[in-house]
Design a protein around this ligand. Structure first.
Ligand SMILES: O=C(O)CCC(=O)C(=O)O
Ligand SMILES: [Fe+2]
Length: 246
């Protein structure tokens, strides 16, 4: 199966980053964040219990957060996997604390008992789970194929994640996860006293970007960078135009 076919069937995939100075820099930034307070005016703020997000935004904290995308052709990878021209909507850098899961089994987009919740169509996310000191740790569980297997009843739907075989996503300084957010997924309960970081990129369709209006600065910077990429280079490639009958 091609990468795109696998992604369609499983709803997620993991991939290695290109080795080099950009990846080294990314890991250095996390090493710094573990031991130092973020540079002013950046600060940690609680959004969900048992976790904190770096504010006010991520792209301006360090260039590496956008460099890593373009250096690895992730913009065009997302276009290819999602089968649409995707935009970077949002970047979150989150520190999950020791204790229970800050987000148990869920789909970001769902429709339980007629109650629609989340983005339509579902957004796609790229997540980097840097490895803390020590062996790789469990960060996320995903239920392969569950984005294509849906029960309208919330309890039944979540129950399927517990009976079907879940896949474990471990922390790694070399790889990243891409997933369709309509898949059932659960952040693992954090065991380490120091907690664990995750860097989360959200990609959406062009017409959905208005839902992320507060990220206008990021959108502008992403467009500027994307425009500088020449066709055939790493970075953004437009989705192929349909071949029109003549
Ligand atoms: O923080 C994580 O590991 C995953 C969070 C999540 O569920 C999401 O970003 O959709
Ligand atoms: Fe989620």
């Amino acid at each position: 199966m091609t990468e795109k076919e696998t992604y369609f069937a499983k709803g997620y995939l993991t991939k290695d980053f290109r080795q080099g100075p950009t990846l080294d820099r990314l890991n250095d930034v996390f090493r710094e964040l573990r031991v130092k307070e973020p540079r002013k005016p950046y600060r940690w703020e609680e959004k969900y219990a048992f976790s904190a997000d770096l504010r006010p935004d991520i792209f301006s904290y360090d260039e590496v957060f956008l460099d890593i995308l373009f250096d690895n052709g992730i913009p065009s990878l997302l276009n290819e996997l999602a089968g649409a021209d995707m935009r970077l909507a949002h970047i979150q850098l989150r520190h999950a604390f020791q204790g229970e899961s800050y987000m148990d089994w869920h789909r970001d987009t769902h429709f339980y008992q007629g109650d629609l919740h989340g983005s339509i169509p579902p957004v796609h996310k790229v997540i980097f789970y840097p490895r803390e000191n020590g062996p790789p740790g469990l960060r996320l569980k995903v239920s392969p194929g569950s984005h294509l297997r849906y029960f309208g009843n919330r309890f039944l739907d979540r129950f399927q994640a517990r009976v079907a075989k879940a896949e474990n996503i471990m922390s790694s300084n070399k790889s990243f996860l891409v997933f369709n957010t309509s898949i059932l997924h659960a952040a693992a309960a954090e065991k380490s006293r120091n907690g664990a970081y995750r860097l989360i990129y959200t990609f959406c369709r062009d017409f959905q970007i208005d839902l992320f209006q507060d990220q206008a600065g990021l959108h502008q910077e992403y467009r500027r960078r994307a425009a500088a990429v020449r066709p055939g280079e790493r970075g953004i490639l437009p989705v192929a135009a349909p071949i029109m009958p003549t």
